[in-house]
Structure formats: structure tokens, C-alpha cells
Design a protein around this ligand. Structure first.
Ligand SMILES: Cc1cc2nc3c(=O)[nH]c(=O)nc-3n(C[C@H](O)[C@H](O)[C@H](O)COP(=O)(O)OP(=O)(O)OC[C@H]3O[C@@H](n4cnc5c(N)ncnc54)[C@H](O)[C@@H]3O)c2cc1C
Length: 487
């Protein structure tokens, strides 16, 4: 019961779960879900606690934490798939596969779990080439409210549920137990190049009438289309230093020499145009090595985060350039507090989109994740609840500027708590085919017992019935012979 205050990711909660359970076996999960369904108590799964929508908590819930009991990993040598538990983080699966010189598609952050990441796609280093994590899942082990365990896949009798989870989120349908996903041959070495670029060419400012690094390169669709799929990056803005950091990941399955040559060509372009400041090449033995060394240890603290997918459309991209140039004016800095995290306001972009993401098939993943050139986001981090009214309005201002740049966003990068970040259009913003997700919901959770904020079923009456009034896992009583009639 101390969990709600001392576990990362829970510090923001406006309410605490009634009961937190660490099931060790599927039998434990079955006992909990059937008990809860009988008494119409809301149950919700939880892995790392990174969810920014804070959907794994709420008043009166039983929170099922899988990180202790559901961590088995195995590899199928025949079809090269990996099977792991709903309690495994990316760090576990990446490290396991690295020993086999393989990788799986997932998030970049080591301690995020595929269990939650897959709920709206899950992207990372390999997405531009191979699609989202959701596109690469081939099987799910799942438990419904009545204790029924299902093995789901893309073509079987429950394929509707399989695809609904990989886009609509597991927590709206029941409890995820395990995942099976495709793997691919790994590069010899995983290379990251960190490059700093200036906003304006050396010794110039906006007043010189020259293009910014955005219009010349980073929001230029024609230029982006020349960058091959095995090169992607995260862009971190550093307004205080008037520059930006590109963390470029090279995932081509080739030699270090070839990779270095290709990456140097990028540097040469930026140098020639006058934006290049400094760079460093870092070699990692594999993706796990990089992810672990470059991820913070814990789940988020008090923060507001919002994101928008910006389509591969030059008109929209020009508006992004204008917004970023404006944010470099410095008017959007949060007041800095006493804690090192306090007041941190930053904006960033993921360039993980290309032929792989465009071709991905998971049908409920937000439209933008297929069509974007990049996802842009901003975050605002602070520590004290008393500061909410000072800090959140800055986020809201930027959110309003960002929203016209696209109409869909990544639910995994949007926080919505207190009175901030209300998403009236959540059905289309975060998902494709809401009606389809709702139909699956009604079929597999007819009482609407598994409800999370902005997830399928959020707009419907909740906990309308319990286990006894629908299906029961109990065996029916044996039939008795009819009583004898006396003559
Ligand atoms: C620092 C940071 C870095 C990130 N990096 C990336 C990234 O590189 N790529 C990317 O795509 N996303 C990224 N994200 C977003 C991340 O994918 C989401 O926050 C995701 O929801 C986290 O999933 P989780 O299972 O780790 O967290 P949790 O908060 O434990 O769970 C998230 C959601 O999944 C549900 N859930 C978890 N386990 C189960 C289960 N067994 N059964 C049913 N429901 C379950 C929860 O109820 C909740 O709704 C990042 C987030 C943060 C904070």
C-alpha cells in the first residue's frame, strides 16, 4: 500500500489505486480478474509506469503490476520470433536478442515496456525501415474479464481483438500476459552520431534574410526524402544555447567504415551550408547497449507533454519551421525552480518515418503514425503541485500553436491530468476507426469493466454488469435425472 507514493510514475496521481497486486502466475491474474468482475471493480494492468496519460491508475481500481511475475523470454530458432512477458521492458528484450545478433522493433527508451508502448504503435530506431512495434507483433497472450485466456494472432478467430489491442491499447480490453514479435538480423555495431547545428549560418541572424536550418534542412520535405531509411534521428532543441542536437541512429546492416562515410556526407552538407557546429560518433555493441546507457533510470516526474504528427506536406512543415524559430526567441522559458528538473521546458522531434512506417498494417494505430514526416512534441517538467498554475499555461500556449499543424497525435506522448490538456477529439486524434474499436470492446468486455482515460469504452456507461450476470467460468452443475413419479 505504500506503492502509490514511492513508485516512479505515480507522483502525479490525483488519486491512488485501492489495491496493488503483483501476480506471479496466470492463475493469480485469473483469480483477480474474476473477483473484480464479480464485484464490478475496475482492474488495470501496469508495467513500467511511463504512461503520460496516467491511465494505469484511478480511484477504486485494482492495479495489476506484471513486472515481477511476467518476465520470461524465449526465442524460436525456426521462425526467429521472440516471446516475452508483459512485465519485460525494452532493455530486457533488446539485451536478450543482442546475444543472438538480432533486434526487434520497439521504443528507444530502455525502461519503457512493450506492453504499454504497443497500445498506440511504439516506434524507435528501426521504425523507418520496419514499421512500428505494433506492425511487428505476431502473437499476444491475453486474459479477458472472465478469466478466459486467449492466444491471439493476425489471422485467427480473434484477430479483431488482436488488432484492437495493438492500437486501442491492452488496458481497454483486459490483461496482457505475453507478446511474440518478429526479429531481424542486427548490424555489427550500432552507431549513433550526435551533431549540434545552429539555427542560423555562422555569424548570421534572422535579420540577414538567410534560411534557418529548419527551412534549409530539418523541415524540408525534399531534402528529407533523400535521407535513406536506415538513418533516423531524434532532434532536441536547446533554445538557451541557440542550437539543436540531432541524435542520429544508423541502422544499416553494413560495416562501420561504410556507415561513417554515409554519415560524414550529411555533416559535409551542413558544414557547407554553415550550420554545422560539432559532432561525435559513438559506437555501441548493440541497441540494448545504447538504450541502457542513454535512458534515465525512472519513469517521468510531474510533466505536461503534448505531441503532433506533422504530415509529409511542405505547407505544414513550413509552419513547424516558423513555430520553432519563434520558440528560439526565448519567450517560452518556464521559471526555474530549486530542483534540477524544475522548470525544464523543452521541445523535440522524432524523425522515424519512412517506407517502413508508411507500409505498416496495424489498422487502429493513429493515422499520423503512418503518414507523418515527423512527430513534434514539447514537454514541461516541474516538481511542486503548487506550481501547476504557473507552469501549465506555458504548455497550453504552445499546445495551441502546435495543434493546427496536424490533427493526430501519439497518445503515448500526451499527458492529460488536472484540468490541462483536454482532448475532445480523442477518438480521431489518437486512433483510426474508433467505431471498430468500440465494436470489439462490446464483444470482449460487454460490461465495460476495463476502462481507461480516452481509451475505447471511455465514452460508454462503465461497469454496467458483473461476471455473474454474463459468462461464468464455473462449470454448470451436473444434470440430475428427473424425479420418479409414483404410480
Ligand atoms: C521517458 C519516456 C520515453 C519514451 N520513449 C518512447 C519511445 O522511444 N517510443 C515510443 O513509442 N514511446 C515512447 N514513450 C511512450 C511510452 O511508450 C508510453 O508511455 C507507454 O504507455 C509506456 O508503457 P509502459 O507499459 O512502460 O507503462 P505503463 O504506464 O505501465 O503502462 C502504459 C499503459 O499500458 C497499460 N498496460 C501496461 N501493462 C499492461 C498489461 N499487462 N495489461 C493491460 N494493460 C497494460 C497500462 O494500463 C497503461 O494504460 C516514452 C515515454 C517516456 C515517459
Amino acid at each position: 500500500m505504500t506503492y502509490a507514493t514511492d513508485t516512479p510514475g505515480n507522483t502525479l496521481k490525483p488519486s491512488a489505486p485501492g489495491l496493488i497486486v503483483f501476480p506471479m502466475t496466470e492463475g493469480d491474474v485469473r483469480k483477480i480478474v474474476t473477483f473484480a468482475a464479480k464485484y464490478r471493480i475496475r482492474v488495470v494492468g501496469k508495467c513500467s509506469g511511463h504512461d503520460q496519460l496516467q491511465r494505469s491508475n484511478g480511484y477504486g481500481v485494482i492495479q495489476l503490476v506484471t513486472t515481477k511475475g511476467f518476465k520470461n523470454i524465449s526465442y524460436n530458432e525456426t521462425d526467429h520470433t521472440i516471446t516475452f512477458g508483459a512485465g519485460n521492458a525494452h532493455a530486457d528484450t533488446y539485451a536478450f536478442l543482442a546475444e543472438k545478433k538480432r533486434f526487434a522493433v520497439g521504443g528507444t527508451w530502455a525502461y519503457v515496456c512493450p506492453a504499454g508502448c504497443l497500445s498506440n504503435g511504439c516506434y524507435g530506431f528501426f521504425t523507418k525501415e520496419f514499421g512500428t512495434g505494433a506492425d511487428n507483433v505476431v502473437g499476444l497472450r491475453f486474459m479477458l474479464f472472465n478469466g478466459t485466456t486467449l492466444n491471439l494472432d493476425a489471422t485467427g478467430p480473434h484477430r479483431d481483438l488482436f488488432w484492437a489491442i495493438l492500437g486501442g491499447g491492452a488496458s481497454s480490453y483486459g490483461v496482457l500476459l505475453g507478446i511474440t514479435a518478429k526479429t531481424y538480423e542486427a548490424p555489427d555495431q550500432f552507431i549513433i552520431m550526435k551533431v549540434f547545428l545552429s539555427v542560423w549560418p555562422t555569424n548570421m541572424t534572422k535579420d540577414d534574410g538567410v534560411p534557418s536550418v529548419f527551412t534549409r534542412f530539418l523541415t524540408n520535405l525534399t531534402w528529407y526524402q533523400t535521407v535513406p531509411d536506415h538513418i533516423s534521428w531524434q532532434l532536441d532543441h536547446k533554445p538557451a544555447d541557440m542550437n539543436m542536437l540531432l541524435q542520429i541512429s544508423y541502422t544499416g546492416r553494413t560495416t562501420v567504415e561504410v556507415a561513417t562515410e554515409e554519415l560524414s556526407a550529411l555533416i559535409a552538407e551542413w558544414t557547407e551550408a554553415g550550420y554545422y557546429q560539432i559532432h561525435g560518433v559513438e559506437g555501441y555493441s548493440d541497441v540494448a547497449d545504447f538504450a541502457v546507457k542513454n535512458s534515465g533510470p525512472g519513469a517521468p516526474i510531474r510533466r505536461v507533454s503534448q505531441s503532433i504528427y506533422v504530415d509529409a506536406n511542405q505547407e505544414a512543415l513550413d509552419k513547424v519551421a516558423a513555430l520553432w524559430e519563434m520558440l528560439y526567441s526565448g519567450n517560452f522559458e518556464s521559471p526555474v525552480g530549486s530542483d534540477p528538473f524544475d522548470g525544464a521546458f523543452f521541445f523535440w522531434a522524432q524523425y522515424r518515418y519512412g517506407s517502413g512506417s508508411y507500409a505498416g498494417k496495424a489498422p487502429h494505430v493513429a493515422r499520423g503514425m503512418r503518414t507523418a514526416m515527423m512527430e513534434i512534441a514539447h514537454e514541461n517538467v516541474w516538481m511542486k503541485q503548487a506550481d501547476d498554475m504557473d507552469r501549465a499555461p506555458i504548455s497550453n500556449m504552445v499546445k495551441e500553436l502546435m495543434e493546427p499543424l496536424g490533427n493526430s497525435s501519439y497518445q503515448n506522448h500526451c499527458s492529460s491530468w488536472a484540468s490541462y490538456n483536454v482532448y475532445d477529439d480523442y477518438k480521431t486524434r489518437f486512433y483510426q476507426n474508433w467505431e471498430g474499436l468500440t465494436a470489439v470492446k462490446k464483444k470482449y468486455d460487454p460490461c465495460n469493466l476495463y476502462v481507461v482515460q480516452y481509451g475505447p469504452g471511455w465514452d460508454l456507461p462503465k461497469a454496467t454488469c458483473g461476471l455473474s450476470s454474463t459468462t461464468s467460468t464455473k462449470r454448470p452443475p451436473p444434470k440430475r435425472p428427473p424425479p420418479r413419479r409414483h404410480a
